[in-house]
Write a protein that binds this ligand. Structure first.
Ligand code: PLP
Length: 398
């Protein structure tokens, strides 16, 4: 039967969709896979996920949970036992008392970013965020209609943010500040003094802070220090952490936000509206991850450190590349300005000609120009091969 329609209807997207950015890592991964499908050999240093398997005790707990019937809805804000385990863990690691009703379990690290902006930020507000930085911050700030105010992470400062520059960017419209330590993409780690200086720069203004601490357990030198640990700051901080990086559980989709109780209630409402809940069996596995044997975490961290040492030393031997030493996470962010190439062109050439997939620094914002990002979450063998290929490429092309 004819519907009477002669033309296809136009897709009338909401305006905000044009403001949504993306995470280039997934695009480069798709491109690299397409090259592999043509028979090319590609070393994957683009995507930020541990190459290790999820620890077997956690997998066993997840399988047992599935078989044991944890396949239904859970409370939106998470299983009480997991919220309790995380509250205890964060109390110990951050040295400040956290209760289960201040913890919201969400599917991964990203939901805490999205929910924070959705719950707190509106058009006309300003949000200060690190640049270069995890691209989802800028994307989602723009999506909300707020003004994204970049705070440059400078190589001269070891890519740690400068509290004086932060102070200069704060206006009466600043609603939220995003911190990220250890930092993606540079691997910088804020010191205790940095955090104190940041607190002083913000002062007693009514500004909330999203503190993205998803790499908190992946530190090679120094210590992780959270703004929430400072006296009087817990209620002004939304602390993001999760299982993806620490326990090599990227595909499980499990993370959490820690925040004052009244905000946690709103996060719970957002969870009800968006996800209903995180998967029950992954949450049960999460309890094992937090409370069980931690030796896999220590092992991963040690391996990343060995790779970091080798890879950074190797990068620094390549003419026109120079790389500061990252103190946490699993990335290298070399300066490539002396090559005379833009980040994008160089990343593309290394993929197409040298078979090494990496990201342009600009995938992390405008201040990433002149840099590349390599994920070192790959075997030492592949990292060495990547260095060889990049070295050969530069010999031929620079
Ligand atoms: N925050 C930072 C700084 C990240 O690098 C990532 C992932 O790369 C996330 C959050 C998101 O983590 P997830 O994959 O668990 O959503």
């Amino acid at each position: 039967m004819s519907t009477g329609l002669t033309t296809q209807t136009e897709l009338r997207l909401a305006k905000r969709m044009s403001r949504l950015g993306t995470e280039t890592a997934f695009e480069v991964l798709a491109k690299a896979r397409a090259l592999e499908a043509q028979g090319r050999n590609i070393i994957h240093l683009e995507i930020g996920e541990p190459d290790f398997d999820t620890p077997s005790n956690v997998i066993d707990a997840g399988v047992k949970a599935m078989r044991g019937g944890w396949t239904h809805y859970t409370p939106s804000a998470g299983l009480p036992a997991l919220r309790e385990a995380i509250a205890e863990d964060v109390t110990k690691s951050r040295g400040v008392k956290v209760t289960p009703d201040e913890v919201v379990i969400v599917p991964g690290g990203k939901p805490t970013i999205y929910f924070t902006f959705t719950a707190l930020v509106e058009e006309g507000d300003e949000v200060i965020y690190p640049n270069p930085g995890f691209p989802i911050y800028e994307s989602l700030i723009n999506f909300t209609g707020a003004k994204a105010v970049p705070l440059q992470m400078r190589e001269e400062k070891d890519f740690r943010l400068d509290p004086n520059e932060l102070a200069d960017l704060i206006t009466e419209r600043t609603k939220l500040i995003v911190l990220n330590s250890p930092h993606n993409p540079t691997g910088s780690v804020l010191t205790r003094q940095d955090v104190k200086d940041i607190a002083a720069a913000i002062g007693d203004r009514d500004i909330m802070v999203l503190s993205d601490e998803i790499y908190s357990r992946l530190i090679f030198e120094g210590e992780h220090f959270s703004l929430m640990s400072l006296d009087g700051w817990k209620d002004r901080v939304i602390m993001l952490d999760g299982f993806s990086k620490t326990f090599a559980m990227t595909g499980w989709r499990l993370g959490y936000g820690v925040m004052r109780k009244e905000l946690a209630t709103h996060f719970g409402r957002l969870m009800t509206n968006v996800n209903s809940c995180s998967a029950g069996f992954t949450q049960v596995a999460g309890i094992e991850a937090v409370n069980g044997d931690q030796s896999s975490v220590a092992h991963m961290c040690q391996q990343f450190k060995l790779r970091r040492d080798k890879f950074i030393a190797g990068l620094n031997k390549i003419p026109a590349f120079s790389c500061t030493v990252p103190h946490g996470a699993f990335y290298a962010f070399p300066n490539i300005k002396k090559t005379g190439w833009t980040s994008r062109k160089l990343a593309e050439a290394l993929l197409q000609d040298a078979g090494v997939a990496c990201l342009a620094g600009t995938a992390f914002g405008q201040f990433g120009e002149g840099y590349l990002r390599f994920s070192i979450a790959n075997s030492m063998e592949n990292l060495n091969l990547a260095l060889e290929r990049i070295g050969d490429w530069t010999k031929k092309n620079l």
